[in-house]
Ligand binder design. Structure first.
Ligand SMILES: NC(=O)c1ccc[n+]([C@@H]2O[C@H](COP(=O)([O-])OP(=O)(O)OC[C@H]3O[C@@H](n4cnc5c(N)ncnc54)[C@H](O)[C@@H]3O)[C@@H](O)[C@H]2O)c1
Length: 250
């Protein structure tokens, strides 16, 4: 990818950036000129930030704890002098169980990280952005939060919550120059979906290849940058066309 400096002068937080999609987003944001805080519960994020150089820093964060979300925003402002972009990417999937077999033991953790964490980080970031010229919030939801399906109902319900939260947030904070959008990925090769049979899943898509973390990073870059200056409340699907249905030729 050729860097165009789309995030020059911006400071961003990417949660869950120690691995997978978040790491790809943080890497792309730094390549585009941003200063980035790699926020993760996994201290492996320290190494990710070190590899990205002086324009990245790591902050240990459990996004499901509002006090830690607040401390993350404070750290970012103190370390890099501002905050213009928040990318809420951290997430956990919970078990793959069908609903009737589900003891729902994952529910609280999945909702706490995937939905409450998004809300807690957004609130702390938006409170700063309101007084500092606005900003962009990019939430990583999921195709599972848009299209009904079987299994993983706590995850699907939490991600549907992220979609509706994002759209409502866009309405709430637009007057302050804050944009809120989300991305609904599916079938991106990372740890979170390591248990899925990739060949079968990919056969369900019009585009017959596995999604890459950088496909989501490209979408996040667009929504974070001023190129999307008039875009808010969008749910951007990045799923190889999976949500359109299985192609008849297969
Ligand atoms: N991979 C896919 O196909 C896919 C599809 C749809 C949505 N998503 C979403 O994309 C996001 C990134 O997932 P991924 O595929 O890169 O998975 P991943 O497991 O590789 O990365 C998730 C990251 O979130 C971090 N994390 C977990 N709990 C946390 C917490 N409480 N506080 C801070 N960080 C925490 C993990 O340590 C990890 O670094 C998730 O929100 C996921 O639901 C992924």
């Amino acid at each position: 990818m050729t860097a165009t400096g789309d995030l020059e002068g911006k400071v961003a937080i990417v949660t869950g950036a120690a691995n997978g999609i978040g790491r790809a987003i943080a890497t792309r944001f730094v390549a585009e000129g941003a200063k980035v805080v790699v926020a993760d519960i996994d201290t492996g994020g320290q190494g990710v930030a070190a590899k990205l150089g002086g324009r990245a820093a790591f902050f240990t964060t459990d996004v499901s704890d509002p006090a830690q979300a607040h401390a993350l925003v404070d750290f970012t402002i103190e370390h890099f002098g501002g905050l213009h972009v928040l990318c809420n990417n951290a997430g956990v999937s919970g078990g793959l169980r069908r609903f009737l077999d589900d003891d729902l033991r994952d529910f609280e953790r999945v909702v706490a990280v995937d939905l409450y964490g998004v809300m807690a980080c957004s609130r702390s970031a938006a409170r700063h952005m309101v007084d500092h010229g606005g900003g962009a919030i990019v939430n990583i939801a999921s195709g599972a939060g848009v299209t009904p399906g079987i299994g993983m109902l706590p995850y699907r319900a939490a991600k549907a919550g992220v979609v509706q939260f994002t759209r409502c947030l866009a309405v709430e904070v637009g007057e302050h120059g804050i944009r809120a959008n989300c991305i609904a990925p599916a079938n991106i090769s990372t740890d979170i979906n390591a248990a899925f049979d990739k060949t079968t899943v990919t056969r369900l898509q019009p585009l017959p290849h596995q999604g890459r973390t950088r496909d989501i990073a490209e979408a996040a870059l667009y929504l974070a940058s001023d190129r999307a200056a008039h875009v808010t409340g969008l749910v951007l699907t990045v799923d190889g066309g999976m949500s359109l249905g299985t192609p008849p030729r297969r």
